[in-house]
Design a protein around this ligand. Sequence first.
Ligand SMILES: Cc1cc2nc3c(=O)[nH]c(=O)nc-3n(C[C@H](O)[C@H](O)[C@H](O)COP(=O)(O)OP(=O)(O)OC[C@H]3O[C@@H](n4cnc5c(N)ncnc54)[C@H](O)[C@@H]3O)c2cc1C
Length: 461
Amino acid sequence: MQQASGEHPYDLAIIGSGGAAFAAAIAARRKDRRVVMVERGRIGGTCVNAGCVPSKALLAAAQARHVAAEAGQRFPGISSTAGPVHPVALLVGKQALVEQLQAHKYIDLAAAYGWEVVAGQARFIPDPGDGGGPALQVDQVDGGTRRIQAAYYLVATGSAPLAPPIPGLEEVGYLTSTTAMELTELPGSLLLVGGNAVGLEVAQLFARLGTKVSVVELLDRLAPLEEPEVGAAIAGVFAAVHDSDGRARELRAERLLVATGRRPVTDGLGLEAVGVKVGERGQVVVDEQLRTHNSRIWAAGDVTGASQFVYVAAAHGTLVADNALDGAARTLDYRHLPRVTFTSPQLAAVGLTDAQVAQEGIACTCRVLPLTQVPRALVDRDTRGLVKLVAERTSGRVLGVTMVADGAGDAILAAVYAVKLGMTVSELADTWAPYLTIGEGLRLAAQAFTRDVTKLSCCAA
Ligand SMILES: Cc1cc2nc3c(=O)[nH]c(=O)nc-3n(C[C@H](O)[C@H](O)[C@H](O)COP(=O)(O)OP(=O)(O)OC[C@H]3O[C@@H](n4cnc5c(N)ncnc54)[C@H](O)[C@@H]3O)c2cc1C
């Protein structure tokens, strides 16, 4: 195994400047290590520039318009209307927020913690001066190349939109979630391929800005990776029509948008030359501690094929700093990792679905509480959604929670604690919950385990 010699100009050289890269750099600087970061695009990576921040900023604006448009139908005595959308102003507002957060959460932090950021494209080369160990060759944005030598390296190059091999797709041309958020004109109609988190968010965004949107999903329901009840609940929201008869159908729209997932970015990195292996899905292969097949090179975030959330990327980055620089041998526990789709209603979940519990051979029991049973939803006059709890049958331990509701993304945090701490449904049912919150739905769903003895279609195993 090749070890770092300790005589390198840097302790850690990082490729990328997203959530994974920044968390690693901050953790390394807190240990007083010398850090250099290489970024070929915008500082801050996907989340702040083209992902979480712009998408949620635009969704919040679209939601405000939607509320104005429909409040009169929801609440007696209220009248409201929504005016026209000005896409350029919307874009300018979104960009101002992105730049504010990019400066505050990224650029200023690099300066405050004191590490060097090199603008350029990095690739690995074997370095004869370091016994054939890895070095970085950087093609700098302002011209010229630079060689960077470090004791350890972190590949934090993220992911990029993945288009499926559909005949004719390239010729027709298509939008991705990234380019869609830069449009200065709203299309009259949009055909969107992909009914998962990003696809659903983008679909609702454009629909609420006035575009006629059609979503095509290959699998048999929207949000196909979540509990089947989620797909059923949001089918109503999205007015989904599911053609399961196998007949071809022609759909036409002004623009096409592909949201069928994202692939790890490894092209041009020279990984093979330094013995770093790439897996079938294009991900950098890492062990549980996030070390690659080259013991001096580590990887973190989307590029590892992990769940694509910025909080996973950040946790990875910190972990790599601890493991690579201090030999901490830390690993992460993903069993209580939450996932949220920021549509309205929001889709939020933690832990296992009942099908996953059955797959693991665990006998389970579950309850599905419709939002019509949750007082907050009643006063909001929006009862589209549900709370589903999955528990181990013998112990009653909560293994998975799914919520479809406005506010579910916040309320799921309580469920994260419940799953992490191994709470049982009885403990959840006996835990205080503030009246007239969506979070109270968790307690009510837990109480349904003792009160509701109706025959259930879930946890059939
Ligand atoms: C539309 C959308 C919405 C999302 N919403 C959410 C959300 O609400 N919540 C959430 O948790 N997550 C969300 N995500 C996911 C989240 O953005 C990603 O999981 C996260 O940003 C991944 O961080 P990362 O550090 O792994 O990579 P990135 O942030 O992608 O950073 C990788 C960086 O590496 C650079 N790079 C690549 N190759 C090289 C090279 N050879 N040399 C130099 N630099 C290079 C790239 O330019 C890029 O800046 C969303 C994603 C999208 C697309």
